[in-house]
Design a protein around this ligand. Structure first.
Ligand code: FAD
Length: 781
């Protein structure tokens, strides 16, 4: 009897699984009806944001089975000879022209000759094709230029970044009419127009689609003729380059109450290009974003009439502004902020390592004190990982991707990691980093870090909503299909599509669960790794394959258990995003190691980076389970993902020591780590002196040992105020040449450790007098 029941149940289950019409009737259709009820409605702007861009390596990571061979087959991104010449020529020259103290304190702006140089050499038109007079650079070259500038002057980097990222040029290239392109692009390429893009308003920051700025379609007079146009009212703030801009890219919601365009009344967000000389445009005042001094300010207008032809793309693109912005952001976010963050990290790595060797306390270079070493090792490893991410992500854009999720990962993690790097660097510099002045190479960087955190999608929002939220829909192999079947299809078509996606989804989830469990039990021993990868890195590929399966399983369980409420469970989705991000960052580091020819000296940097992100991924999964709203599901998740507990540990002290060592002395690995940053050559430049002091300090270490030995043996007994080296020379403990070498090292060392002091007004009165003298000359010019 029992056998009969078992056979019947098995037959029923098999019939339900394999007889499609039965399966649909009994399982898929009721689930489809339920899914339709619980699936939250998406606004048009949410749909456009989710649809924007493309899915690339993130799709593999989301699948639970990343195809590592595919990743390693991607050619290593390289600059063309022309691009390299630009980075080594005009970009190097521009860096040399920038004196950051003059810019940030004295002028609180870039000097006129710097602006002119940027315009003349085409810095403002790097993304504009040659046929319009631009440089037509790759994303990698654009990134290399911004990175290098950021190692010298944040104001210069941002002023170059903005015209080349989301703004008038980018929007015109993708959506502009021929007439608009032919008119504006050559002018933008040559810097005859200074562009800005104004989306943010006081009431709408992160929720930018809610801008209250609006326009009403109407007839009006333009250049002496009556034309169809719009009356625009706006109030924007935080607009970079706004105070100087001659061309204002403006986003507003367009209404057509009289249906003059023959369509809807609420047409939606629309982008237009407005000459700032146009009557009614209020522009020119400045904000002061944490002393960063790049031009940034509010602008506004009330009932300003402008022709419909000013809409980017013309009338056809009325109401398509959000789609345009999201499409451009998907690629643009991959470049500017990652590049400037990596620039900051490279500068901090090089300067902090040198400072930690030159500066001694307790008769020891501070970089050799374990506590300082800890921070220094982190800086080095972060820098390695960040640059790997910058290069691979820019390479993806050059390969034609608009990687929406990856660009959010790159933006979020590069700006967060540079914040950690600068915090560590500040701690190591102590008071030297705190007292601002021409001799402080770190304080301004520390001040401006929050700007990158806030712009192009503020970081808390990016982590909590975008990385996993968009990833779950775009990168997941089945979720979008299920959603489309539920929301966009009807009848038999919807039933068939939903059924196919659902059952493939179930198989996918179960497969990932089994893989995650087996890999966890076996220490990833049987997880896939590419045969062509360096043997010393194979175990990391295997661990990442395990994490990918665990992540995919956890993501599916979260979606199944939490459904639409996952959108509001930001703490859960942020942690899922952390796991996805960790896998992406690790992939870029592994790719870099291969692309750079498996440099053994870089292995500590690679391993520190990988162990760090694997540990973070594990901790994020653990925190998801610990905080999962359903305890039963949490118990099952833990049993599948961590049957033997957590086995990834943070990077060891040994690795940390090896990474720190790379920064404490000149060497190939240090040069490779900081490649592409600006290295000042002028003797008077504090960072050039720092580099010279590092070399001199190392060269003088044998002399230092002789001096110590002389004191220990009682050959010399220097008292407070004595020149111990002179005593040692006089008593033959060191030679005259050694004494001279010691003296010049000491001069450099004193120069490195000195900090600036000022009159009570920090020199402002004198500065204002000097600038006033320049004014008549500038006006005449
Ligand atoms: C120096 C600077 C330059 C800028 N340049 C430009 C420019 O050129 N053009 C332009 O249009 N705009 C520009 N911006 C605006 C920038 O994009 C916005 O500041 C940004 O969108 C955030 O808006 P907000 O500052 O009003 O912060 P808010 O939106 O008030 O956010 C405050 C905090 O809440 C968090 N938050 C908001 N919503 C969520 C959510 N759903 N879940 C979790 N956390 C959330 C945010 O992450 C943030 O931490 C600039 C801003 C600055 C400071």
């Amino acid at each position: 009897m029992l056998e009969f029941i078992i056979v019947c149940v098995a037959a029923l289950v098999l019939a339900l699984v394999f007889v499609a019409p039965l399966r649909r009737a009994v399982i898929s259709n009721p689930l489809l009806a339920l899914y339709r009820r619980i699936l939250p409605d998406m606004s048009q702007t949410e749909r456009e944001a989710i649809d924007a861009g493309s899915v690339w390596w993130d799709g593999d990571l989301f699948s639970g089975r990343p195809d590592w061979d595919k990743l390693l087959a991607v050619p290593a991104p390289r600059l063309s000879p022309e691009e390299q010449a630009f980075v080594d020529g005009p970009c190097e020259e521009l860096c040399a022209m920038c004196d950051d103290w003059e810019i940030t304190h004295e002028r609180q702006d870039l000097p006129p000759q710097v602006w002119q140089y940027m315009k003349d050499k085409g810095f403002l038109g790097m993304i504009i094709p040659k046929k319009y007079g631009g440089l037509e650079f790759s994303a990698l070259a654009h990134s290399a230029v911004v990175m290098k500038l950021a190692t010298r002057s944040n104001a210069a980097a941002v002023s170059v970044m903005v015209p080349n990222s989301l703004g008038p040029a980018e929007l015109l290239l993708h959506y502009g009419t021929e007439e608009q392109k032919n008119h504006y692009l050559p002018r933008l390429a040559k810097g005859l127009e200074i562009p800005c893009f104004a989306l943010t308003s006081p009431e709408a920051g992160s929720d930018a689609a809610a801008i209250p700025d609006f326009a009403v379609v109407c007839r009006g007079m333009h250049q002496g003729k009556e034309v169809l146009g719009m009356r625009v009212t706006w109030d924007k703030r935080y607009i970079t380059l706004g105070p100087l801009a001659t061309l204002l890219g403006l986003a507003f919601r367009l209404y057509d109450p009289e249906r003059l365009l023959g369509g809807e009344e609420d047409l939606g967000i629309t982008c237009a290009l407005v000459p700032t000389s146009h009557p009614g445009v209020e522009i020119g005042r400045r904000h002061l974003p944490l002393n960063a001094v790049f031009q940034n300010g509010p602008n506004s207008g009330k009932d300003v009439f402008m022709p419909l032809e000013w809409i980017i793309g013309g009338r056809e693109y009325a109401g398509k502004g959000w789609m345009m912005l999201m499409g451009c952001l998907a690629a643009g976010r991959s470049i500017s902020l990652p590049a400037s963050s990596v620039g900051g990290a490279k500068a901090m790595a090089r300067y902090t390592g040198a400072y930690a060797r030159v500066r001694s306390q307790f008769k020891t270079p501070i970089g050799r004190l374990e506590g300082v070493e800890d921070a220094l090792g982190r800086i080095a490893a972060n820098c390695y990982l960040m640059d790997a991410t910058r290069v691979m992500t820019a390479g993806a854009v050059d390969a034609g991707e608009k990687p929406a999720v990856i660009s959010a990962i790159a933006k979020y993690h590069m700006t967060e990691r540079v914040r950690k790097v600068i915090d560590d660097a500040m701690d190591i510099h102590g008071g030297k980093g705190i007292c601002l002045g021409p001799n402080n190479w770190i304080g301004r960087g520390y001040q401006v870090v929050p700007v990158g955190i806030t712009v192009e999608g503020a970081n808390i929002l990016t982590r909590s909503l975008i990385i996993f939220g968009q990833g779950a829909i775009r990168c997941h192999p089945y979720v979008l299909r299920e959603m489309r079947a539920a929301k966009e299809m009807r009848g038999a078509e919807a039933s068939r599509e939903f059924d196919a996606a659902l059952f493939a989804h179930v198989g996918h989830t179960l497969g990932n669960g089994v893989r995650a469990f087996v890999h966890a039990l076996t220490g990833s021993a049987f997880a896939p790794a590419p045969a062509r990868a360096a043997p010393e890195t194979r175990r990391y590929y295997k661990d990442l394959s395990r994490i990918s399966a665990a992540f995919a399983f956890a993501a599916d369980v979260s979606m199944l258990v939490l459904g639409g409420s996952l959108k509001r469970k930001e703490k859960i989705s942020a942690r899922l995003g952390d796991v996805l991000s960790a896998m992406y960052l690790a992939s870029t580091a592994l790719k870099r190691y291969e692309d750079q020819g498996r440099r053994r000296e870089d292995l500590p940097l690679l391993e520190h980076s990988l162990q760090g992100v694997l540990y973070q991924a594990q901790q994020a999964l653990d925190a998801i389970i610990a905080n999962f709203p359903s305890r039963l599901a949490a118990l099952k998740l833990r049993a599948v993902l961590f049957p033997l507990g957590k086995r990834f540990a943070p990077p060891s002290d040994r690795l940390n020591h090896q990474c720190a060592q790379l920064l404490l002395a000149p060497g190939e690995a240090r040069d490779r780590l900081t490649a592409g940053m600006y290295l000042a050559r002028a003797d008077a430049d504090p960072t050039a002196n720092l580099e010279a002091a590092l070399v001199a300090t190392i060269a003088c270490e044998p002399i230092e040992r002789k001096l110590r030995d002389a004191v220990k043996r009682g050959v010399i007994a220097p008292r407070a105020g004595d020149d111990a080296a002179a005593l040692a020379r006089d008593l033959g403990a060191i030679s005259a040449d050694e004494y001279a070498q010691w003296q010049s090292k000491e001069a450099l060392r004193r120069d490195v450790i000195k900090v600036d002091d000022f009159e009570q007004d920090f020199g402002r009165a004198e500065i204002m007098r000097e600038l006033a003298k320049e004014m008549p000359a500038a006006k005449a010019a």
